[in-house]
Design a binder for this molecule. Structure first.
Ligand code: MN
Length: 759
């Protein structure tokens, strides 16, 4: 470009303005001159025809695909055309124009034949009757998987999401895609939809523009697709904010004309300096795109002219050392602004971007932003992931068809000398294969959970109360067990019950730290409260047996006891008793030491006033119900205190208990607390004649008696079958009702409550 000199009459006001950018926020702009020829076009070219013909596509394909691959892509075209025949776009174009344009976008990135075929077919599963099986049969699993991947994302897209959750939504899309080509197809799809957004209703345009800014532009940026990133932002700005867009567009056009002379002067200076340092460099002026200007004005609270008064240049050289040489030469030409130099060559950005950035103080004190990079870095900067396909020719195309992790592998090679390659890979991996799974609540809120997370994890992520009270769930409207592993995009609805409580078994499968912590916390707190309460009752009981009222035990006695046994608190002692770690009779005796109790009364009981201990069955760890006899409310019961076991409750007629007569001294009177609303497990043994479908009929009778079946086992004999149902009942009356109902079934020979002698 030939340098032009500023007419002296114009020079003066420009100098003033550059030295004092605040002085003139709305400069008089006189020239309407066109952009510099070598700067990338900014803004959205309004009246451009975005339609592509099959011939256009093929012209691009033959430059890098084998004739067989081109034929394969054409076959996909014909298939898609037939499937979409008769369908129109909102613009009035035949539908096939859309997949064709999407494929053309991918051809510019030189993607492989599978990706191109999938691009042509990307809407057939959603918009026509074609199934994945048909695609697999016709085009192979690779293509079918890609189309399926894009369709899955489309389905998610149609669900609403909260704006603040854009980040999770992006991750969800990336996690669902699995293959980076799915994302590339989706991005090309979005670009064409944005390009043809003009025919949509205004409100729909704004919504889609917003979504593009929140979701798709950042994904493009994450993948290093800078050109697409800018284009999507520009299109979204244009459609989402048409008024501002037009005002800014006009102002920039005017301002550029005015500033052209300064640009030429700096450009010329740089172009003379670099060769004299022995460098062969390509120098370009960089025009900021409108959205970038708009965002800078908003985020940095700058005026229009302040933003526009920063000039940008890009220098592309042949190799890495030249980058640093060019930097040195430029720092000698104009002084750098301290603190503005950034070395993204030594430390690349997470998306693979590499360049040297520096800001110089140019003529008239105007800031000049410089980017220095090699040709290869430039390609990566513009096309990111896709540059892998773009510049792989010499190694052959077959390699290109491999899956994402191989692509990642090649990125390592690409970055191997950067020193932070593994870190970079970590970033890409986290986004493409996150250790996380993303699911929806019924209201459309997205939750990120660790991979392998179950419904219980989800319930705790929603709220501790939901977690503590969850009993069942529906995943995608289907009833599922609580331990079901969640998949990306699942819609999860938790069903709670007011009296439900966390089950220690959940600890066996929850994945999130939060759920684990909450369940443990609940069990511990509950156990603690209950064991303290139980311990207190057991101790009072033991003291009573000695003829002492617990009120007689003074704080001094407790202090002495604590000191002697080295425990922290009275609570800890009571909890120990409740948990069976200490025997109440021993604690009682030591507490009573030195108390003015006639020695005779230690053996002579007080007049009959034995207090039974009330149990509810909800005491958790502190009270155990015998697994042998499975006592339920209404059963006469007895408690047995055994060290390390705590209080174990048996029925009076339990055969296991009968064997423990020698431990009679540790028996405690217990009674049911009638207010209990807990459900108790009890096993019923049913002996039936062999009969088909009987199990289902018996299960139905049980269910109709309002009881849950938690386990069924079957023992077959020669001519009869024994069925063991473990059911949950409220009490003996409930159990009797179930037994009556089962007895009515003709095939039932005998049935009874079952006591398992093995426990
Ligand atoms: Mn589409």
């Amino acid at each position: 470009m030939t340098p032009r000199h500023l007419p002296s009459a114009l020079a003066k006001p420009l100098v003033d303005k550059f030295n004092n950018p605040l002085a003139d926020p709305n400069p008089q702009l006189k020239s309407d001159a066109p952009l510099q020829p070598d700067s990338p076009t900014s803004g959205v070219p309004a009246p451009v025809n975005f339609s592509v013909s099959l011939a256009d596509l093929n012209a691009r394909l033959v430059t890098y695909l084998s004739p067989e691959d081109v034929a394969r892509v054409n076959e996909a075209y014909l298939f898609s055309q037939a499937a979409h025949s008769g369908q129109m776009r909102v613009s009035g174009d035949p539908y096939i124009s859309h997949p064709l344009a999407v494929a053309a976008g991918l051809a510019d990135w030189r993607l492989d034949a599978q990706a191109l075929s999938a691009a042509l077919l990307h809407d057939v599963m959603e918009d026509t009757d074609i199934t994945k099986e048909q695609l697999t049969e016709r085009f192979g699993k690779g293509v079918a998987d890609l189309v399926d991947g894009v369709s899955k994302i489309d389905r998610i897209e149609h669900q609403s999401f909260e704006e603040a959750q854009a980040d999770n939504f992006r991750k969800m899309l990336l996690a669902m895609a699995r293959d980076v080509r799915v994302i590339l197809i989706k991005l090309s799809d979005r670009r064409h939809n944005m390009q043809t957004l003009g025919s949509m209703r205004a409100d729909k345009r704004r919504r889609i523009a917003r979504e593009t800014l929140d979701i798709y532009a950042p994904i493009a940026n994450r993948l290093g697709l800078n050109a697409l990133y800018r284009e999507l932002q520009e299109l979204a700005f244009c459609h989402g904010n048409p008024m501002r867009y037009r005002v800014l567009e006009k102002a920039v056009k005017k301002a550029r004309g005015n500033r052209r002379e300064v640009v030429s002067k700096i450009l010329e200076a740089i172009r003379t300096t670099l060769p004299s340092a022995g460098l062969d460099a390509e120098v370009m002026g960089r025009e900021k795109h409108l959205y970038g200007i708009y965002r800078k004005m908003r985020e940095k609270h700058l005026s229009f002219s302040q933003v526009l008064d920063i000039y940008g240049f890009r220098i592309v050289v042949k190799d890495r050392p030249s980058c640093y040489l060019a930097l040195g030469a430029l720092h000698a030409l104009y002084p750098p602004v301290p603190g503005k130099f950034k070395d993204y060559i030594a430390i690349p950005k997470a998306n693979g971007y590499q360049s040297l950035h520096t800001t110089l103080i140019g003529p008239f004190g105007t800031p000049v932003e410089i980017q220095i990079r090699t040709t290869e870095m430039h390609n990566v900067a513009e096309s990111g992931v896709a540059s892998h396909w773009l510049y792989k020719d010499e190694h052959g195309i077959s390699q290109v068809q491999q899956k994402t992790h191989q692509w990642l592998q090649s990125l390592i090679e690409l970055q191997s000398d950067s020193g932070t390659a593994s870190e970079f890979l970590e970033h890409v991996k986290i986004d493409l294969f996150p250790g996380e799974v993303y699911v929806f609540s019924p209201k459309g809120k997205i939750f990120a959970l660790p991979r392998g997370a179950t419904v219980v994890d989800f319930a705790y992520a929603v709220h501790t109360d939901i977690g503590d009270r969850c009993v069942a769930c529906r995943i995608n409207f289907e009833t599922s067990p609580l331990r079901t592993e969640l998949k990306n995009g699942d819609r999860v609805e938790v069903i709670t019950a007011p009296h439900a409580a966390p089950n220690p078994a959940w600890l066996g499968y929850v994945k999130s730290a939060r759920a684990r912590f909450r369940i443990r916390h609940f069990l511990k707190t509950q156990q603690n409260e209950e064991s303290v309460a139980l311990g207190e009752r057991l101790l009072a009981h033991a003291l009573h047996e000695m003829g002492i009222s617990s009120a007689k035990i003074l704080p001094e006695a407790w202090d002495r006891f604590k000191k002697e046994s080295g425990v922290r608190s009275k609570r800890a002692v009571l909890s120990d008793i409740g948990l069976g770690k200490r025997l109440p009779a021993i604690v009682a005796r030591r507490l009573a030491e030195g108390l003015d109790v006639p020695s005779t009364s230690l053996t002579a009981k007080l007049p009959r006033a034995r207090q039974a201990i009330m149990i509810r069955g909800t005491e958790g760890m502190a009270v155990q119900l015998g697994k042998c006899c499975r006592p339920i409310p209404g059963d006469p019961i007895v408690g047995l205190i055994r060290k390390e076991q705590g209080l174990v409750v048996h029925t009076h007629d339990c055969p296991v208990l009968a064997k423990l007569r020698s431990e009679r001294g540790n028996w405690v009177d217990v009674v049911w607390d009638v207010t209990t609303d807990h459900l108790f497990d009890v096993t019923i043994r049913v002996i039936v004649k062999n009969a088909r479908g009987l199990l289902a009929r018996l299960a139905k009778e049980i269910a109709e008696s309002n009881a849950n079946i938690i386990d069924v086992s079957v023992e077959d004999d020669r001519d009869s079958t024994m069925l063991y149902f473990t059911v949950q009942v409220t009490d003996r009356v409930h159990l009797a009702r179930i037994l009556r109902a089962l007895r009515r079934v003709p095939e039932v020979l005998r049935l009874a409550r079952y006591i398992n002698p093995k426990h």
